[in-house]
Ligand binder design. Sequence first.
Ligand SMILES: [Zn+2]
Length: 161
Amino acid sequence: MITVNPYDRLMTKLKAYATRNHLRMTPQRNAVLEICCNEPTPISTARLVTIAAERGISRPTVYNAIDTFVHAEILQCVGKAVDKKYRQYDFFFQKHTCIQLVCTRCGRISKLKDNNISKAIHNRQFNNFVMQHYTLTVYGKCKVCRSLLAKENAGKNQETE
Ligand SMILES: [Zn+2]
């Protein structure tokens, strides 16, 4: 899979947003966008602040940049932390409509699509909430971990015999 750095595309979007809203383009804000594009996402506010600090960018500047990116539909909040510091952000263009299986032992993530579940979620009405997209996370043990655990258990049984 080839991943294209979205910086140029998002910078164009940011410029258009700035023009519409009479915002000045600042090198600091542009640098925060560059950091978002170079780091794996989702990225937390705390991590953005740490990396930006190495470039001499202050915490309030990072917070303001994030607010701008959210309003400009460049970033979206995907974390559930109420404390802003721990909120996670992902690119707005990344629409999540998948089921992810997370192994609770090794952390391996695999993604899949299921038309029946997708239909059920899309037909679901929520009170005072309009869905844009979703991720359904299923936790469990992957094939590799299950076979490793089986071997470990077999070893333990032999020791006790
Ligand atoms: Zn595993």
